[in-house]
Design a protein. Structure first.
Length: 347
């Protein structure tokens, strides 16, 4: 009996992916007419017969999922979004789907350029990964006529389907931790009104401060990045207060925490002996020499799993919607924070 022809056999003959072959033979978008014709012709010549499984629910279509991310957040030292992209790609493969990344430059954001994967009809759905300029993010949400979900951002309106870390409660937990170590003079490092994530973490910080009866001081709120490009810039930002130095800083992410530690070191402070520093995200691969950053680890695996799950459901049911889906993280204690006295009580 001759061996049954598989999708992979056709794919190998033409030098394309099995996802492409599956799309072509099932009439899905994302394959050019020329390639589709070649695949169908070869499938007929090879005697391909579609296999009907016993579980019809598994005979779902294969989709190509586009992921768009801003170039400035995929820098050499900013591995967080690369980590999420890897998780998305792996999760998509488990769903018999393919993930395609398009990096959007700052110039393309300014020009309001629609991603090529959308204009060239290469994808069936889109994940907007992270933050873009407000105008460009709104342009995408209003003009991409495909199932769309936001990942690691909920947008300023908060009315779109999105998957985000529980930033506010994570920041609340991190600030509470500093109060438990006896700190009451706690600063916040992060440029407000830059991203929804920074703002939510700032709100968590404020919530903890209020619950401990401590008034927020504007001179203890430290910018960490350029407002135009969003790049964390150690040379221009992370400036220390001129008077009445805090004993601890909660930083909106680990890169900002690293920059703050460098700034403190440059000014003669030792961390954590003189000043404690905690971060968020858990994506610094190379810690400060002999110093790990206490942080709040985001569950990137669950964020990716949930995002793909939602998109596949949206593709199969246009009316499916989830709103904002919050994913909890976990606290990780390292060496960058020090106990200086009895816990500061709630009021």
């Amino acid at each position: 009996m001759p061996k049954a022809v598989k999708l992979a056999d056709i794919a190998n003959q033409l030098g394309v992916s099995t996802v492409t072959v599956s799309k072509a033979l099932s009439g899905q978008r994302g394959v050019s007419d020329e390639v589709r014709a070649k695949i169908k012709q070869l499938a007929e010549e090879m005697g391909y017969v579609k296999t009907v499984g016993t579980d019809k629910s598994r005979e779902h279509k294969s989709y190509t999922i586009g992921i768009v991310a801003a170039e400035r957040y995929l820098g050499e030292n900013q591995s967080f979004y690369w980590r999420i992209y890897r998780e998305l790609s792996q999760r998509a493969m488990r769903k018999n789907c393919f993930a395609m990344l398009e990096v959007i430059s700052f110039e393309e954001e300014q020009k309001m350029s629609m991603p090529k994967m959308v204009t060239e009809e290469k994808v069936d759905a889109v994940i907007v990964l992270g933050t873009f300029k407000v105008e460009f993010a709104q342009y995408l949400r209003e003009n991409v006529r495909l199932p769309l979900i936001l990942l690691d951002t909920s947008g300023n309106e908060g009315e779109y389907d999105s998957v985000v870390s529980n930033n506010m409660m994570g920041a609340y937990q991190m600030t509470n931790y500093l109060f438990q170590l006896g700190h009451s003079k706690i600063g916040f490092v992060g440029t407000r009104l830059m991203t929804a994530s920074i703002d939510d973490r700032y709100f968590g910080y404020l919530k903890s401060m209020m619950h401990h009866g401590i008034k927020m001081r504007e001179d203890w709120i430290i910018d960490d990045r350029d407002r135009e490009t969003g790049q964390i810039d150690y040379s221009q930002y992370c400036r220390l207060p001129e008077e009445d130095m805090p004993t601890a800083f909660f930083c909106n992410n680990d890169i900002a925490a690293m920059a703050m530690i460098r700034r403190l070191t440059d000014h003669g402070y030792e961390v954590p002996e003189d000043v404690s520093v905690v971060g968020f995200d858990n994506y610094i691969n190379e810690p400060f020499p002999k110093l790990g950053i206490t942080t709040y680890a985001i569950n990137t695996k669950e964020m990716a799993r949930r995002a793909i799950h939602i998109l596949v459901h949206k593709l199969e049911n246009p009316d499916y919607s989830t709103g904002v889906y919050l994913i909890g993280g976990r606290f990780i204690e390292r060496e960058s924070a020090k106990k200086i006295g009895p816990p500061v009580p709630f009021v």
